[in-house]
Design a protein around this ligand. Structure first.
Ligand SMILES: [Zn+2]
Length: 462
């Protein structure tokens, strides 16, 4: 579930000029491009059953480039699959590190797309296809970088574990299982390809990079009102649909308390410093004083920043009634919450119950993901990411940030493994269509992304 980071997208401004993107020192962008295009051809949507085939394809691709088949494990579960590969250090000098990404993609209805979503196509400088950005781009770049490092004789000084989950976009069962494996293996830290990343301005110049060190949790609640119902010609004082409609309106209108932590304070201060308008001023004021009511109001009013200053909950689905001529016996509202780090899910449910102002509401829970604290900013990771970003010929410094969505990292952080979103993709906000129609990545993003992953691996495992 990625990105482009909402905060970065909210601060689109003109920025310092950057040099032309570098070619990968290792060369072969064409091979990485072919890998990316081939991987889009697997419709690795949960219900379509092609995720295991994609896992085998990636394994075979790496084995064909010299890695041992015995260092791969593919586990099929819950209709999907997860892949684990270990590049063992001959003589490890440090605890193991991990790279992560996900195999699965969000469903795409071919009829709504201009091109077949599950056959990659190239046009106008872009590659189109479902998952070509989220997350197959960075997965292909990581795999291609591993292969190219091996071809160049690279010897890791610590074990490098690659974990690709199979249901990050839906249930997170494989994500949770892999986090447990990683904990048992003593993984010291994890780099998640499905978080963070760079922003380009309208002219294609880099102006920001988010090092994702924190993310919100995710929870779905169902609120149900039941009623005896009856003949529609004899209405009484209670109507389940009308009552639930009022509940939905109260939840949609609720102002959740403003919250801040070290990560969001730093990212808002940096984003605010980069712009000269009312939104930028509000970011700076909030970073200084997170109780400033005017700053809070401005940030709440902007969809790009509301998620950065606290929990949000919105009604997303509603069902009710059973016949056009009967009083409804049941109405159900789904409420989706994005929960600020450190806030308990039970506290959010209690607040929803209070806001609902209807004691007849019964609560059910759907998917809920762990609530986790931000990862501590390790200087080795921060320095490596800064070096990777610098290869773009930009003066942009990575800024630690929080994603308002959630990725595999929440399961890892829940087990105490520091996790960082460090995508190698720089993209313009107007080119980012993850989860949406006509998902695309610029062809020009490939070579610098290979360089990005090469620098990260050489600095952290070389
Ligand atoms: Zn994703």
């Amino acid at each position: 579930m990625k990105i482009i980071p909402a905060l970065i997208a909210a601060v689109l401004i003109a920025a310092p000029a950057a040099a032309a993107p570098p070619q990968s020192a290792l060369g072969d962008a064409a091979e990485a491009r072919a890998l990316l295009m081939d991987s889009v051809g697997f419709a690795s949507v949960q219900e379509r059953g092609q995720t295991p085939a994609l896992a085998r394809f990636y394994r075979d691709w790496l084995v064909a480039r010299g890695f041992a088949a015995s260092d791969f494990a593919i586990d099929e579960m819950a209709g999907t699959a997860m892949l684990h590969f270990t590049w063992k250090a001959a003589r490890p000098k440090a605890a193991p590190m991990a790279l992560t990404g996900h195999l699965d993609v969000v469903e795409a209805k071919a009829a709504d797309w201009v091109r077949d979503p599950f056959k990659a196509s190239a046009a106008d400088g872009y590659i189109f296809g479902r998952g070509v950005m989220d997350n197959k781009f960075d997965v292909a770049m990581m795999l291609a970088t591993l292969a190219q490092l091996k071809a160049n004789g690279f010897q890791p000084r610590r074990d490098i574990h690659l974990f690709l989950s199979g249901d990050e976009e839906t249930d997170g069962v494989t994500s949770a299982a892999q986090a447990k494996q990683a904990k048992a293996l003593g993984i010291e830290f994890m780099l998640n390809s499905d978080g963070g990343g760079g922003a380009l301005d309208a002219a294609g110049k880099a102006f920001a990079y988010k090092l994702q060190a924190s993310e919100k949790s995710y929870a779905d609640f169902t609120l149900t009102i039941t009623d005896p119902g009856g003949h529609s010609s004899t209405p009484g004082p209670s109507n389940a649909i009308a009552r639930l409609g009022l509940v939905a309106a109260r939840i949609a209108g609720h102002r959740w308390p403003a919250q801040v932590d070290e990560i969001t304070r730093a990212s808002l201060a940096a984003a605010g410093a980069a712009r000269n308008d009312a939104l930028g001023a509000a970011m700076r004021r909030f970073a200084e004083d997170p109780t400033d009511p005017a700053a809070i109001a401005t940030l709440r009013a902007n969809p790009g920043t509301i998620g950065q200053i606290g929990t949000t909950c919105v009604p997303t689905m509603i069902t009710g009634g059973h016949a056009p001529n009967a009083l409804p016996q049941r109405a159900t509202l789904t409420v989706n919450c994005r929960i600020f780090p450190g806030t308990a899910i039970a506290a959010v449910q209690a607040e929803l119950a209070r806001i609902a102002e209807d004691p007849g509401v019964s609560f059910g829970t759907g998917i809920d993901w762990p609530v986790t604290p931000p990862s501590p900013l390790r200087s080795d990771v921060v320095d490596a990411v800064a070096a990777a970003v610098k290869t773009r010929g930009t003066t942009v410094q990575p800024t630690p940030g929080m994603d308002a969505g959630a990725t595999d990292s929440v399961f890892w952080r829940a087990l105490g493994i520091p996790s960082y979103g460090v995508s190698g993709l720089f993209i313009r906000a107007e080119d980012a269509f993850a989860h949406g129609l006509n998902e695309r990545v610029p062809e020009a993003a490939i070579a610098p992304a290979l360089k990005h992953w090469e620098v990260l691996l050489r600095r952290l495992a070389g």
